[in-house]
Design a protein around this ligand. Structure first.
Ligand code: AMP
Length: 216
């Protein structure tokens, strides 16, 4: 199955995708992670996009679409991708549709996490990411386990775009450019709404119900 996890920045898409990819043996395709990797490695692409990513605007569709085709075309990931942070506008949605068709695939489910701006501000200001394994935490709601062998304090880093002003900008970008994507998938009857303000475990249980139906 191919699944999209949809919602504003800070909705918990990354956290839930981590659980889902392990349990259902899917491959998490996070365009944000791919871009941050390029920035970290200081590749020509990373240097070009750094200021765009850190300002909360969207990187060009052309760059994003080429990154995702590399993965969709890979037989190892065929029909087992969870899309996190893509598609983010209607042009990307049409491109995704076209690319999936080219490789005989389709989207089976769109999980939409609904969260208000107030909660997003709290989530984003508290978010940390383990620089060793990539796991996402929150200082207030979801700190790493005290006995974790990997995610110790010195490895927990803040993202450069995780501050309140940029969070607001990213939320506005989401409302303007990304939310219209829902209409596209609603017409295909693929969207399941989930309260993204519930606990991490409750959200995951609800998502699992839908995924289990698809798995059969
Ligand atoms: P994320 O990790 O999904 O919150 O993405 C972080 C930032 O990367 C966004 O604010 C954008 O600047 C950029 N980005 C990630 N995914 C996309 C995408 N599909 N299209 C354009 N820009 C993206």
């Amino acid at each position: 199955m191919n699944v999209i996890i949809f919602g504003p920045p800070g909705a918990g898409k990354g956290t839930q995708s981590e659980f889902i990819e392990k349990k259902y043996n899917l491959f998490k395709l996070s365009t944000g992670d791919l871009l941050r990797e390029e920035i970290k490695k200081k590749t020509p692409l990373g240097i070009k996009i750094k200021s765009i990513v850190n300002s909360g605007s969207l990187v060009s569709d052309q760059i994003i679409n080429s990154l995702i085709e590399n993965i969709i075309s890979n037989e190892d990931y065929k029909n087992r991708i969870i899309f996190d942070g893509y598609p983010r506008n209607l042009a990307q949605t049409e491109n995704l549709n076209k690319t999936l068709l080219k490789y005989n695939q389709k989207i089976d489910l769109v999980i939409r996490l609904k969260v208000t701006l107030d909660v997003i501000k709290q989530r984003i200001t508290g978010r940390t990411v383990c620089s060793r394994c990539g796991s996402t935490y929150n200082d207030f709601f979801n700190p790493p386990k005290a006995n974790s062998t990997c995610c110790q304090k010195e490895f927990l880093k803040k993202r450069e775009d995780d501050n309140v002003d940029i969070a607001i900008k990213r939320f506005e970008t989401y409302e303007e450019s990304t939310e219209p994507v829902l209409g596209y998938y609603n017409k295909m009857d693929l969207v399941k709404d989930i309260n993204g303000e519930a606990s991490i475990d409750d959200i995951y249980s609800e998502i699992s119900v839908y995924l289990n139906v698809i798995e059969g």
